[in-house]
Design a protein around this ligand. Sequence first.
Ligand SMILES: *Cc1c(COP(=O)(O)O)cnc(C)c1O
Length: 282
Amino acid sequence: MVSDITPFHFRGYDFFVKRDEQIHPHLSGNKYYKLYTLLNTPAESYQTMISYGGNQSNAMLAIAHLCQHKGWAFEYICKPLPQHLKGKPTGNLKAALNLNMQLIECSDYDAKIQSLQSNGKTLVIPQGGADPLAQAGITQLGNEITQWQTKQNIDRLNIVTPSGTGTTAFYLAQALPKCRIITTALVGDNTYLKQQMQQLGSIPSNLTLLESSKKYRFAKPYPEFLQTYEELKHAGIEFDLIYAPLMWQTLLDNMQHIQGTILYVHSGGLTGNATMLERYSS
Ligand SMILES: *Cc1c(COP(=O)(O)O)cnc(C)c1O
């Protein structure tokens, strides 16, 4: 399944967007490519996947879908749920539980995840799918971009995508040494993002980390994020409310430093928007 790349006009500039949000409602964006290797692994290779992280994570829902599809059990470890989610799950959590995910709430969360180990037919997938296992799938994403670039005869290509763990941006930069990969950190600052990336290897020179003009806390609602989200949607494409608004804001602040064609790789995550919109309206 190869997604479309469509032209996108926004705030007076011309972009292209790789429409990876359209791959599948539960398994979209970079999560599809990060899990690509496991998607193409024979079902009998594993019995159980274990992962951990936030209670509305996009990666959680993507892994739940993968496991349902493969017939694998899925255990997901998180910190104890806040009162409003107890007995009344919403959004990605609800969808993942409906796909038979087993949620394990741990008050000693840090110690618990430290102790996790893959063995035999049980595989531990680190938070957000930040794992060398993601490389082959992200390289596939890179190949799709190269095919389009060759067909369109584009000489100078900048590829933009927001970073959580930085896994997608890192492996994309490795896969496409002739392109410039532009990202910004959503979790922590660029110093923290660099540390995360260095766990995967040395940072490729074609990878640019743009600094956002203001500090934001991850997954919090900000009025300017909602405004950017609505403007993008009005321009024709819905993006997620957690990662995309800051990536677009930071990109637009830096347009004078960017030469050539700009391709924004949609990172998916639309299933999280309903719960975020609720937080904006409450
Ligand atoms: C997971 C995710 C990201 C971040 O991807 P990383 O590879 O962890 O940097 C960006 N956008 C969306 C919508 C995501 O779900």
